[in-house]
Design a protein around this ligand. Sequence first.
Ligand code: COI
Length: 354
Amino acid sequence: MIDAMDIQITKVERSKINEVDFNNLPFGRYFTDHMLEVDYADGEWKTAEIKPYQPLLLEPSLAALHYGQAIFEGIKAYRNKDGHAYIFRPYDNFKRFNISAERMQMPAVPEEIFIEGLRRLIQVDKNWMPNKEDYSLYIRPIMFATDTSIGVKPSDTYKFIILLSPTGPYYAAPMRIYVEEKYTRAAPGGVGFAKNAGNYGGSLKAAADAKARGYDQVLWTDSTEHKWLQEVGTMNVFFIFGNKAVTPSLEEGTILEGVTRDSAITVLKEMGLTVEERKINIDEVIDGYKKGTLSELFGTGTAATISPIKELRYKDFVMQFETEKWKISPTLKKLLTDIREGRKEDKHGWMVKV
Ligand code: COI
């Protein structure tokens, strides 16, 4: 195992920062000057390196490309009002990363590499941190199998990399969502709770079909009845009925245990709402819409933050909402943004100083 002192740092000769328009930062388009790279072999993690962002030289027999042993995380760092960089709940993402690794038969990444490596990388690229409300430095840790052998078995070697990407909001406008009942994202016993690359690859066909119908994303349902709601393509989902928030529970292992989901639950409770984590069926949502008790619905995610849903379609039934009149989700979004950007007290110790 390494400690923080073992990180080797090689800096770029010339930064590319001036080529980036910080007032126009589509999600995931630009990457900072440096990346962190660490290899795993012979049962241990080797020396971590921070080096110029660059292409990787990989063999076509790379195990990850054939059998999908590949996982990732999404984290954000913010510049607070005093100009300091803080990372939002990185230990929670670190924990989830290793839960995904365990499910995919990959080695755990030690905290020294994940957290300390991340801090050091942000220090090196600190000039890349956007300085605008709702903008942040998106952090993308990944790990993938690097054996060059195509037998179906867990790889003996892996690469762990962290990329940094300055970014604006993922969804700029309220979303239109299609309730999916043909395709399945996850079933009990599967890998729905893990943040493995294949979960996203497998979702693209459903998202493309939804797009062809004029929708931004799908809301996944269970694999047997296609009635029990799971999560939206890139985020968890919440329904507000009066003073009560309902979000699908984690028990079946079919949805991602979102860090923003957990933060939203905490803040909604602090706002005085009752929060229920339980199974929720599309019929309950339709019933609430018809009776007028369903007042708001939104997604939560690192990239998506709090994203209002202005239209939800189930079969031919279309539910439309006037999001500009909503009170709860905009307040939740503001409270979370204020904590992240240092305008509101961080009571829960969520912000970790770089
Ligand atoms: C995130 O919210 O960070 C995600 O990983 C979701 C998506 C952009 C893949």
